[in-house]
Design a protein around this ligand. Structure first.
Ligand SMILES: Nc1ncnc2c1ncn2[C@@H]1O[C@H](COP(=O)(O)OP(=O)(O)O)[C@@H](O)[C@H]1O
Ligand SMILES: Cc1ncc(COP(=O)(O)O)c(N)n1
Length: 285
């Protein structure tokens, strides 16, 4: 069985973060492993508190995982500080990790900030060059590109600007001693609607600059807590199975659409997905 590692924050309510990732990986019948970067006291209404894990201990967890059940793909989610970004980058290099998906988590669906401003720059400098795919949503793509997004043309321009920023990082970098890092594939998630309210279209810019719109129909379900976490984990599952980026992303999008369409409705805020939707209806009460 292939193994997939998630490096992310814990969501006590079970809908996002580490918990969503492990459920997604299990739903793909792959073996899930976890390195926890932070604990959040969180539910569908918001995040009440965050307790960061010591960066050194993040590195120790990475070593424990890679030294035994080596993951075939890695998904990186909530990374709240520059020091933890650095610990993860070092860990990935130490173990020559491949198939890395970075979800640049900045704000929870509920609106709570999950990353320090200074850590965004560290994410771009240290994790993007080590990634196969990055998966910003629209607000995250606006921060990363420095450009407001109000249309599909803006999405396409933002993807190019993010790619340019990655190239600039590489040209100025002194900390890459191994193989030259490349620009990752960039998936900008349009789940919150760009210029077509009934669509859930995502834009994929491949590492070679080729791009494609992945069309989706907007599912009428406001319970979207953890959609981004589940999508990036599902992409990592596809990469672990040896799929191309294009196929892994398309499969992952279909998985999340099914989990939304299942219509789970838990909690008083934006609730979680039904990760096990492919396995039939929930057990009767
Ligand atoms: N209502 C929806 N209907 C169909 N797909 C959706 C819907 N909301 C989000 N998605 C899809 O879920 C994935 C995650 O997107 P998004 O919710 O924007 O991420 P995030 O949780 O990071 O904000 C994307 O593939 C997006 O197209
Ligand atoms: C620990 C943790 N990680 C990530 C998210 C973002 O999830 P989403 O944007 O899908 O609500 C979250 N709410 N909590």
């Amino acid at each position: 069985m292939k193994a997939v590692l998630t490096i992310a924050g814990s969501d006590s309510s079970g809908g996002a973060g580490i918990q969503a990732d492990l459920k997604t990986i299990a739903a793909h019948h792959l073996f899930g492993e976890s390195v926890i970067t932070a604990l959040t006291a969180q539910n569908t209404l918001g995040v009440t508190d965050v307790l960061e894990v010591d960066p050194v201990f993040v590195g120790t967890q990475i070593d424990a995982v890679f030294d035994d059940i080596r993951p075939d793909a890695v998904k990186i989610g909530m990374v709240s500080s520059s020091a933890i970004v650095g610990a993860i980058a070092d860990g990935l290099d130490r173990h020559k990790a491949a198939n890395v998906v970075v979800d640049p988590v900045m704000v929870a669906t509920s609106g709570s900030a999950l990353i320090a401003d200074a850590a965004v720059d560290a994410l771009v400098r240290q994790l993007f060059p080590r990634a196969t795919v990055i998966t910003p949503n629209i607000p995250e793509a606006e921060v990363l590109s420095g450009r407001a997004i109000a249309s599909s043309e803006d999405v396409e321009a933002a993807a190019s600007l993010i790619a340019d920023r990655c190239v600039a990082v590489w040209e100025n970098a002194s900390d890459f001693t191994d193989a030259a890092p490349s620009v990752p594939a960039i998936l900008i998630k349009g789940g919150h609607g760009v210029d077509e309210p009934d669509a859930a279209d995502d834009y994929l810019r491949m590492a070679d600059g080729e791009s494609v719109w992945l069309r989706g129909t907007r599912i009428a379900n406001d319970n979207t807590h953890g959609t981004g976490c589940s999508l990036s984990s599902a992409i990592a599952c596809g990469l672990a199975r040896g799929f191309s980026v294009d196929v892994a992303v398309r499969d992952a999008k279909a998985y999340v659409a099914g989990a939304l369409a299942a219509g789970l409705n838990l909690g008083r805020g934006s609730g979680p997905l039904d990760h096990m939707w492919q396995y039939g209806t929930p057990m009767p009460c």
